[in-house]
Design a protein around this ligand. Sequence first.
Ligand SMILES: *Cc1c(COP(=O)(O)O)cnc(C)c1O
Length: 425
Amino acid sequence: MDQRRKVPRTDAVLTDPRLVSAMAVLGRATVKGVVAGSQERARRGEIAPESVADAAVAALPRRATTLTPVINATGVVLHTNLGRAPLSGAAVEAISAAAGHTDVEFDLVTGHRARRGRGTLEALAAAVPDAEAMHVVNNGAAALVLAATALAGGREIVVSRGELIEIGDGFRLPDLMQSTGARLREVGTTNRAALDDYECAIGPETAFLLKVHPSNFVVRGFTSAVATRELARLGVPVVVDIGSGLLTSEPSLPDEPDATTALRDGAALVTASGDKLLGGPQAGLLLGRADIVERLRRHPLARALRVDKLTLAALEATLRGPESPTRRALRRVPGELRERAETLAKRLVEAGIAAEAVPTAAVVGGGGAPGVELPSWAVALTAGLAEPLRAKAVVGRVERGRLLLDLRCVPPDRDGEVYAAVREA
Ligand SMILES: *Cc1c(COP(=O)(O)O)cnc(C)c1O
């Protein structure tokens, strides 16, 4: 009872300058909730009544969102569970600048309405000169839905059985396409499809031929698929879902399809994701023939799949700005990674922690280049550190009983944070 009377009142605690400034970031309700928690601890005698403000400050969340930034030491460049592509500084800056009022659909010269996201579309046009027109939607799946709905509603899409893929999390492309009211006309077998198969399937009901990049698996052995260039000769529009978002070919990933090549090979439309190998925000890109893109743009569904100004800003900055963190992660050379891993391991050993630099194989991830291994280097630690390190928002991978902190996706200027996190963990 005595103890309870000494616990300071909420209003008094909230005059603490540290809590006042926290309210500007976190909101009054959140800070009050944290203070209430500290008062409760004081009532239970867990902390001294005069420590209520200090305890509240210590318990404050860092930011007004529960999303926690993590260091991706998994060696998976595009990790869907970790938010796929990290944005460049330029893209982050663009998002922040666009967050307030912005001229996204307004012409500051004439004072009239202007085409939404025109700067982003211009940047895309400059990046892919082979595309006559382009449109941006929420993600790659939305791009496919829009193409199927606007171009093939009630009609047929011809697709190879070997390309009826599941993207992940039980999410299947055939189901998605059929949900639009289009009918899938499957041709070939799981491992093989020939030009003839497509040719025989084409009829008056055919809206387009669909070619899908199997971006998360490879079929080896007795296989064949028909190239876009051959399909384009059949006289029906070819839609190519490249998935990964490479706009032009990437030397480090020679087998990965790109939009420019697909268009040069005769694709009428290419669909791709913004947050895979392009290294931008979540978005779906549609690039291709002007008449087809115009039909997509005019379809009522386009409004429901529209991207917001933040996405437009980040996408434009990704296209115009410096090399994306994703591309940098792809291009890091093993020699540099080895040096960093050895330096980090040496410092940890000096601090009394068992650590060793080891060669590893990093991967691109669900976003593309299945089967491609990127030679990398990691710091190997005991597996018991995996959990405490996750609590410090450093995510590695456990392999053969050891925790590997793969440095391929860790920007070099964050090695110090990794070191500090391991020491604390
Ligand atoms: C990733 C992927 C999609 C889905 O794109 P999201 O941007 O994740 O919606 C579709 N097709 C292919 C081939 C993909 O790789």
